[in-house]
Design a protein around this ligand. Structure first.
Ligand code: BTN
Length: 245
């Protein structure tokens, strides 16, 4: 990472990165992180709730600059989740770390990290990769519903705190090496994904706008598409929200 800026508090690191990304002369890749967000955003219309102790940042990436064409972008999104999962396993070697397509990271059966990728409106070659990883923010005192679906690294390790800078560096190393492999055409993504896929073999519902598709997940295709075995065929899906039934 060439340039970085860390703030105490911001509305949303993705919003700030989107503003910076409109400026042609800004030096990229640029990482913007914050200790607190007051209006963090998730995918779709969701908010991203995050307490002190979580790791939140956004990176502006010039896609041609890292050797990736638009056809690679779906895989780039998946590779980002994979890099988080691989980095986490360095710190929690015996935990169950999984991936839920397209790029949610699960820890011991609950979501530990969300990724929001957006495109700059003025310079469409620039993508903003926003990452929220629950590190030292415990969910023990959170409402019951949240505890059922979300977790953090401190919860998975019974109170052990982690250094967020070390985790950030581990992620950046994994990510850079996966991006390099992807751009050089030497990444076997379906194989890497299958080791962590939490959907494979499960009946799932995929919602995309008004449309719902029910099928059994059979992993991902070479191009990053989700593979769903429906009653009639194996379908490829590039967008949507999927949930296990
Ligand atoms: C999701 O819905 O799973 C994606 C959540 C992404 C949250 C991160 S936190 C840093 C960055 N800034 C935001 O406002 N959102 C992303």
């Amino acid at each position: 990472m060439r340039y970085a800026e860390w703030l105490n508090q911001v509305k949303s690191t993705n919003d700030l990165a989107l503003t910076f990304a409109r400026v042609p002369s800004i030096a990229v890749p640029l990482l913007i992180g914050a200790d607190l967000q007051t209006a963090g955003r998730g995918r779709g219309a969701h908010q991203w709730w995050s307490a002190e102790g979580s790791l939140m940042f956004s990176i502006i990436v010039d896609m041609p600059g890292v050797g990736l064409r638009p056809a690679d972008w779906p895989r780039f999104s998946l590779v980002t989740g994979l890099a988080i999962a691989d980095a986490l396993s360095l710190f929690l070697p015996s935990a169950r770390i999984g991936l839920k397509w397209p790029n949610d990271v699960w820890l011991d059966g609950r979501k530990v990290c969300g990724i929001l990728i957006e495109q700059s409106d003025l310079i469409p070659d620039r993508l903003i990769v926003g990452i929220g990883l629950n590190v030292n923010n415990s969910f023990n005192a959170a409402p019951h519903e949240q505890r059922q679906t979300a977790t953090s690294m401190i919860d998975a390790s019974h109170g052990n705190e982690f250094c967020r800078t070390e985790i950030l560096i581990a992620f950046l190393n994994e990510w850079e090496s996966l991006i390099e492999d992807l751009s050089q055409g030497r990444l076997n993504l379906p194989e890497r994904w299958s080791r962590r896929c939490v959907l494979a073999g499960h009946p799932v519902t995929l919602s995309e706008g008004d449309r719902e598709t029910i099928g059994v997940c059979s992993g991902i295709d070479d191009d990053g598409a989700l593979l769903l075995r429906t009653e009639f065929a194996t379908e490829k899906h590039y967008a949507g929200t999927v949930r296990r039934m």
